[in-house]
Design a protein. Sequence first.
Length: 540
Amino acid sequence: MRQARGQAWRVALPIALGVAVTLCQVAIAFLVARILTTLLGFSSGGGWGDLAGAGVLMWVSAGLSAAQEMAQQSAGEHARARIRAALFARLMELGPADPRGVGEKATLLVDRVEALDGFFARWLPAMTLAVLSPALIVLIVWRADWVSAMVLTCLGLLVPVAMAVTGIGAARESRRQLDVLGRLAGRFVDRLRGLATLVQFNRAEDEARALGEAAEEFRWRTMRVLRVAFLSSAMLELLSAFTLGYLAWRHGALLTGRGPADPTLSLFCMLMVPAFFAPLRAFSAAYHEAMSARGAAADLAPLLEAPPEAGLLLEEVPRRVALVFNEVELRHPGAPAAALSRLTFAMNPGETLMLVGPSGAGKTSVLRLLMGFARPTGGRIAINGQDVTRLRPAELRRLSSYVGQRAHIFGGTLRENIALARPDASDAEVLRAAEAARVMAFAADLPRGLDTPVGEGGHGISGGQAQRVALARAFLRDAPLVLLDEPTASLDPSTEAEVMEAIARLCAGRTALIATHSAALLGLSGRVLELGERKLADVG
């Protein structure tokens, strides 16, 4: 609802169009009643003018309905775009600090957000029109026959009761269905990424059976949601049929000669029953979408409504930084041991430090602390003498350029992939970064140079070339702090030598931390900090 208040006029437009459609239906019903009473011989008031007027109003009503549908669709698309952008920004802000898997994040961004469409596009207009349109019809029918108006009012009030009875169950089942879908999507993506490992250990068939069981559970949950939805639709149709039957019995004067004196008004009252229940039927259909949206919103709200990051902002990014770790500790919740324990070292501006040690010794944890994806649980980290915990985590990331073990290349051109580091950079700046990272050494031989398209994940270029594209991003970013995590781990010796040359140029004049196992890469610096079980050793 807070998101809806931000686009109130987009929701108000389909409501206004819906009221206009109701007025057209009232006028059409009255003209049709006049025509029918004339054809049945009860009066001579209806004629060709009424028939032409009804035809014109039908076209107008159809046009207004189409405009209402487009307005609702626009409201839903706009709301989903806003929510998805905010959610994506929040997930990017959390980065690796978010414990959700890739599949679960994709489900949040796609399925959970799509589940909100019915709330903005159909539920909000239907909820308002379910009050306005029936109330308008009751007031008009009251002038024709107050008893018919009372019947419409009493049976119309039973519709929300029926929806509430079935909606409680629908909301519960929809929430369970979305939970199962999230687990299924996450498991499928994770198993797909590890398919080679599953085949190697002969576990593919077992995982296929487990995925089949998860899919069967999702099918069963979906059928339960549909069963509850069909039950509520049946209750609405029962109320509508009872109302029409009662009014037909009451206005039997058309055939028997008893009851109201005006047969036109009698027919008009009966013809208004479908128009009276039409917005209630739309309300019923949208009610279950609203319940599904509430289930999705329960998962999105903790992310979208999280308080803004606390901390100070940088007036400007310093050109050079000095770094100090003083008795720094990092312990993850539920972990049996600390990731870092009393880590102490200092770096002068422009100095390069190698972090070495076995896997799990804490090398990546040091880099995560410096990027703001984790906060130290003890000790102090200072940049240029200032405690980094006073800064917003996003401000820490402004200070650094990061290159990981495997650079991700997005679908697009090489130029676009490099420009991700600084989208406002000029073509000349991108070219200089590409030359500094030795990207032009292979891009010059490509058909379109830097404008050559590559596939998602770097399809079309080698691992070493992808790593040089990542280094070009770091050159273009031109941050004073360089963080490298196993930048040559998956490269052959000849490619490693080329990448090392680019790394040496990147680190020159910048404060750089390089986590590595590579003996060749250790030659880039005279300082090595060894992490591990034994006492920390800062050796040259």
